[in-house]
Design a binder for this molecule. Structure first.
Ligand SMILES: O=C(O)CCC(=O)C(=O)O
Length: 299
């Protein structure tokens, strides 16, 4: 479906003005959408998993660990395939509220793609360099949207997500080096063509939602604050968007229709998308590892 077709469907969770903002700028920040009990359940689940990560010494299918991680001070950078790691995450991701919210920006038939919890830790170096999401998981169209939720208040000091307004309608950049190795970010030469001075930093109180179209350029600075910045990010698409290749971090729900009906025809956007390495062969750990060239095999 095109944005015009999507906008013809009545707004469910967002206002029509918010939906128009999303399609014009490629992102949206929305406060006050998620009820407190839903947020509390996500926070409790995350606290349980953090406890569990104390017993994990090396990154695995559940946790991508930061360099300072220890049993005493757990420092996962990411909970991978989050909806498979705690039932609370899937309850939230597949809730009526989230399905309707996704429908506001992808159309009435909604497919689930993937899920992760990203952490920034005090004194850590969890910078996320400027990138677009879709080059890591190309689809037949550019409907995929990442819906992030801040578990705690996020100010400039906690390294909020930042986006380049309107960049979803611009160039799609290569996220591989000239030798074809996956880097996960936009290279320095290409970045000269990006109006970085227009960046919008998306701070907000606990529970703030951040919607990112899969083409919008975004990233985040390392945190300077004394408290961590946990954030859950779930990806949805229109049902008529089909993956081109294996997803980097599949979940048991990837491809599931969580609202409406499956598509019988694909919608194919004429704009091309660079194909990433075959994740099913190479494996993928996280954007942090790739951007820091931590593991040649997956980066
Ligand atoms: O956690 C962040 O600040 C950025 C997350 C992100 O862009 C990603 O994981 O792709």
């Amino acid at each position: 479906m095109t944005p015009d077709d999507i906008l013809k469907h009545p707004a469910l969770v967002l206002s029509q003005a918010q939906r128009e903002f999303y399609f014009e700028r490629g992102y949206l920040k929305a406060e006050g959408v998620v009820p407190q009990d839903m947020l509390d359940a996500l926070r409790r689940a995350t606290a349980e998993l953090l406890e569990e990560s104390r017993g994990v010494a090396a990154s695995n299918a559940r946790f991508d660990l930061g360099p300072d991680h220890s049993a005493r001070e757990p420092r996962p950078r990411r909970i991978r395939a989050a909806v498979d790691q705690h039932p609370a995450y899937w309850r939230y991701a597949s809730s009526r509220l989230m399905a309707d919210l996704a429908a506001d920006v992808v159309g009435p038939d909604v497919k689930f793609h993937s899920s992760k919890v990203n952490f920034k830790w005090p004194g850590g170096a969890e910078e996320v360099k400027w990138h677009q999401d879709i080059p890591a998981w190309p689809h037949t169209n550019f409907s995929p949207v990442t819906i992030g939720i801040y578990f705690d208040d996020v100010s400039a000091a906690e390294g909020p997500l930042a986006t380049i307004p309107g960049s979803h309608d611009g160039e799609l950049f290569d996220h591989q080096d000239p030798a074809g190795k996956w880097t996960g970010y936009i290279g320095a030469n290409d970045l000269k063509r990006v109006p970085l001075a227009t960046a919008d930093e998306l701070d907000g109180p606990a529970g703030t939602l951040v919607l990112l179209n899969c083409r919008v350029i975004h990233g985040s600075r390392p945190a300077l604050a004394e408290k961590p910045r946990p954030m859950l990010l779930n990806v949805y698409s229109s049902a008529d968007a089909f993956m081109l290749g294996a997803p980097p971090t599949p979940t048991s729900h990837t491809g599931e229709i969580i609202r409406g009906k499956p598509a019988r025809w694909s919608h194919n956007d004429p704009r091309p998308c660079r194909i990433p390495p075959d994740w099913s062969k190479l494996g993928y750990v996280s954007i942090y590892a790739a951007q820091k060239h931590e593991r040649a095999a997956q980066a």
